[in-house]
Design a protein around this ligand. Structure first.
Ligand SMILES: CC(C)(COP(=O)(O)OP(=O)(O)OC[C@H]1O[C@@H](n2cnc3c(N)ncnc32)[C@H](O)[C@@H]1OP(=O)(O)O)[C@@H](O)C(=O)NCCC(=O)NCCS
Length: 181
């Protein structure tokens, strides 16, 4: 882990005006293949952001944009479509801050539960989700095609948690921050 915990991450809403920043950040966050997600290009992110019920979040740490999350709310369910933190800022609470804000914002948009998929080999992300109150609720065999030299596929764990009661000790104060600034 490389980031400093001295500075508090700041989270704000992200939209089409932030498209190029979101693309650059997504590429940095998903560059090493560990997360098993492909970096999304501008067209992909623009299409996702234009889907009804979708919102983006950007994180600043030490005045540097360093993390993103994108969530889609459909009726009373939210899906965490992506979350990532620049490798240079990991371990500083940025991922947690993004996730808690995503939960609070999804709740204020009417979602009762949030779902996500994570590669079963992605230890850092699974630890973040478990710490934030997510529990396993499904398994998708061979969901990800791994991007390394050995052709193989990696299964995904489906995780979920309710959006009510965000008063976990792990929440760094973002509980009430449901509205996006
Ligand atoms: C997963 C990710 C978003 C975590 O971001 P982060 O800012 O480093 O996370 P935080 O600093 O808020 O850490 C919160 C908790 O997550 C867990 N965690 C984070 N990184 C970890 C690691 N490398 N190993 C084990 N646990 C880890 C810990 O429980 C940590 O709490 P602690 O610091 O009190 O021990 C980041 O590693 C990332 O962007 N990974 C690549 C993209 C990705 O995998 N996205 C998820 C796809 S499903």
């Amino acid at each position: 882990m490389t980031g400093s915990r001295d500075a508090e991450p700041k989270i704000r809403a992200a939209g089409m005006a932030d498209l190029h920043l979101l693309v650059a950040l997504h590429a940095r966050c998903f560059d090493d293949g560990a997360a098993l997600g492909e970096p999304w290009d501008a067209r992909a992110i623009a299409e996702i952001l234009s889907m009804p019920g979708t919102f983006g979040l950007l994180a600043d740490h030490c005045r540097t944009p360093c993390g993103l999350a994108i969530v889609r709310v459909t009726v009373d369910e939210a899906e965490l479509l992506t979350i990532g933190v620049d490798p240079a800022h990991r371990g500083a609470g940025v991922g947690s801050a993004l996730l808690w804000r995503a939960l609070a914002a999804a709740r204020s948009e009417g979602a009762k539960d949030m779902y996500l998929e994570v590669a079963e080999s992605n230890r850092a992300a699974i630890a973040l989700y478990v710490k934030s109150g997510f529990e396993d609720c499904g398994f998708r065999r061979g969901y990800y095609a791994a991007r390394d030299r050995i052709p193989r596929s990696v299964s995904a764990i489906v995780m979920a948690r309710e959006t009510r009661d965000l008063s976990s000790p792990g929440n760094p104060g973002a509980v009430s921050a449901g509205s996006l600034t």
